[in-house]
Design a protein around this ligand. Structure first.
Ligand SMILES: [Zn+2]
Length: 311
């Protein structure tokens, strides 16, 4: 009798994408657990991708801690920085060439323009949320956290150039240089998608979000660009992440289209809140998985939400 194939029994490919800028919290744990369950239930493959793009904020110690804490929680993955796999490397800091290639495709397609706006504008782009990154405290019912001010259009090419590529003769070896590069969104265009958890979603480009940064002047691709380039290159079929990234999904759908790539399916998880409706994601350090572990809290307690009152 033939031995069991080592290839996964289904084509489902999900991913865990922690950002090693701090210890993982209870909120992250739940989202990652759902991602794990969905991959497992689909008899698919789960990919661990370390989103360590930002050299100023990422720390090796947090990357290691994320792997350990998720493993402690009971989550298992089949490909990742620790295991290798067919679409390695699994650390974003090692995938620069893939992002540069995506940037060049967008540039050739006329989707980008260089932006010289101030540091303050850049801050907004820099603070774009990262899956698995510490999140800011927020009152309930606030706008999703991936909001940033609508780009005022300061460096946007004028209306006469709307259909014109920024430079259609751009070479294969173009470099971003010392600019922020923004994706020019199609104003007024409706971006709709079906969320497998939340149902139909609808955003309007230029109204719900504006021209967003895809490449930073310090040479680092933005979250939006890296996420799309990686999910496509890693053949991810379903993205499971927090509801705070819904608007980023709308932005990313525009990137998929511009890059002529098929987007994955989407499953956005509601964020964990405490009894007052406040997000737990970063209530305080005591809610890091690491700290809870040290206080004897079990994975079962974390996943069921039955945390001791005082930990
Ligand atoms: Zn500008």
């Amino acid at each position: 009798m033939a031995s069991l194939s080592s290839s996964p029994p289904s084509n489902y490919r999900g991913r865990l994408a922690p950002s090693p800028t701090g210890y993982l919290h209870v909120g992250h744990a739940r989202t990652f657990w759902i991602a794990y369950e969905r991959a497992r239930d689909a008899a698919g493959t789960l990919v661990m991708r370390m989103e360590d793009l930002d050299p100023d904020r990422s720390r090796v110690i947090y990357a290691q801690a994320a792997l350990e804490d998720l493993c402690w929680l009971g989550i298992r993955w089949q490909e990742g920085p620790d295991l290798g796999g067919p679409v390695a490397p699994y650390e974003q800091s090692h995938r620069h060439a893939i992002y540069l290639d995506a940037w060049r495709k967008l540039l050739r397609g006329g989707f980008l323009f260089p932006c010289c706006c101030s540091r303050k504008d850049l801050e907004a782009a820099l603070s774009a949320p990262h899956e698995g990154a510490p999140q800011s405290d927020s009152e309930p019912n606030m706008e999703p956290l991936d909001d940033e001010p609508i780009y005022p259009g300061t460096c946007r090419p004028d209306a006469n150039n709307i259909a014109q590529p920024f430079d259609s003769t751009v070479s294969e070896t173009a470099e971003p240089g010392n600019f922020n590069w923004r994706f020019r969104v199609p104003d007024g265009e409706v971006v709709e998608f079906e969320d497998l958890n939340l149902g139909p979603q609808r955003f309007v480009a230029g109204v719900d979000f504006g021209d967003f940064v895809v490449w930073r002047r310090d040479g680092v691709p933005s979250y939006q660009l890296a996420c799309v380039a990686d999910d496509a290159a890693m053949r991810i079929t379903e993205v499971v992440r927090g509801v705070d990234l819904l608007k980023s999904t709308a932005r990313q759908i525009l990137l998929y289209r511009a890059l002529k790539l098929d987007p994955p399916a989407w499953f956005h998880c509601r964020l964990v809140t405490d009894s007052q409706g406040r997000r737990l994601a970063k209530r305080h350090d005591a809610l890091s998985l690491r700290s809870l572990r040290q206080h004897g809290v079990t994975p079962q307690q974390i996943l069921s939400g039955e945390l001791p009152a005082e930990v």
